[in-house]
Design a binder for this molecule. Structure first.
Ligand SMILES: O=P(O)(O)OC[C@H]1O[C@H](O[C@H]2O[C@H](CO)[C@@H](O)[C@H](O)[C@H]2O)[C@H](O)[C@@H](O)[C@@H]1O
Length: 282
């Protein structure tokens, strides 16, 4: 991964406006706007239960959802998805995403769609073996955090997450090493995000999730599908790596990335999404 060659917000916005335009053949196309949540629409905070989209991000997502409910420019189709490491119930609660929004939770292990009555989610079913492994994982991660200042463990339906945002450097390093050790002993993959180590008993990735969303939209619409994906963390890189030349990958904030464009923060992304909406709303 490397820094993208051009990193200005105006370049990224121009790419988004082009994404709203006609495809190479000029015919209609289906567009999937897939957005990470924490660090992308919602600024990072110490308490994950206090996360919220910025007002500008909220307005942009709401506007795209309205557009997604009808036909967009040139007879195209639009779908909006939030693609998060959070579990679906948590993502729905924290995002209050508008009806019609697709939700991908637990890095792809859970899916759902927001309806006017709540969330229509596909139930996550763990095998007996996965349930036993999850129990051992939770105990191991709890041990990894024990005695390390500021470290704590978040339980999810198919994973455990070690948080070290509030830990002094040596405590964070020791807790992370212990969490990696737990994952290794259980034969599981440890995902390293921003001040988190996440270990899941259901192997998946955001890249696989975006691939499934793309395939479903292609089948539903009968149109060629292009994808805009925006994310801030290392765990978003699998999704960015799944994009093709007609797609648009956006990195939010600093750091190495496979994305071809970059914006500095949630509000800059929101402005870009409004420019995209302007292009689609014709
Ligand atoms: O895929 P995302 O939507 O970016 O979710 C990834 C993780 O987000 C949350 O942790 C991150 O945000 C917290 C609140 O701002 C912050 O305190 C933490 O340091 C970040 O890593 C969430 O708690 C995790 O479960 C998600 O996997």
């Amino acid at each position: 991964m490397s820094e993208p060659p051009h990193g200005s917000t105006s370049d990224a916005t121009a790419a988004a406006v082009a994404f709203a335009g006609p495809g190479p053949g000029g015919g209609p196309r289906a567009r999937l706007v897939a957005l990470d949540f924490d660090g992308t629409l919602a600024p990072l905070v110490d308490d994950p239960t206090a996360s919220a989209m910025t007002p500008a991000a909220r307005a942009a997502v709401d506007r795209l959802a309205v557009l997604a409910a009808g036909a967009t420019a040139g007879g195209g189709v639009l779908r909006v998805a939030l693609v998060s490491g959070r579990d679906v119930a948590d993502l729905a609660a924290r995002s209050s995403a508008p009806p019609g929004t697709y939700l991908v939770g637990s890095h792809g292990a859970e899916t759902g769609v927001v309806t006017s009555d709540g969330v229509d989610a596909v139930p996550l079913r763990l095998t007996t073996e996965q349930q036993a492994t999850l129990g051992a994982l939770r105990a191991g991660m709890s041990d990894a955090a024990a005695g390390r200042a500021g470290a704590w463990v978040q339980d999810k339906p198919s994973a455990a997450v070690l948080h070290t945002r509030l830990s002094p450097g040596p405590d964070a390093a020791a807790a992370v090493a212990a969490a990696d050790d737990v994952a290794g002993r259980l034969g599981l993959h440890a995902m390293h995000g921003k001040d988190v180590v996440e270990v899941a008993v259901v192997p998946t990735s955001k890249g696989e999730a975006v691939g499934r969303l793309r395939a479903a939209l292609e089948q539903e619409s009968g149109l060629p599908v292009v994808v805009l994906y925006a994310g801030d963390d290392t765990t978003d890189e699998t999704a960015l790596a799944a994009l093709g030349p007609d797609d648009l990958g956006l990195k939010v904030g600093p750091g190495p990335t496979r994305a071809t464009q970059r914006v500095p923060d949630a509000d800059a992304l929101a402005a870009l999404l409004q420019a995209l909406a302007d292009g689609l709303d014709r």
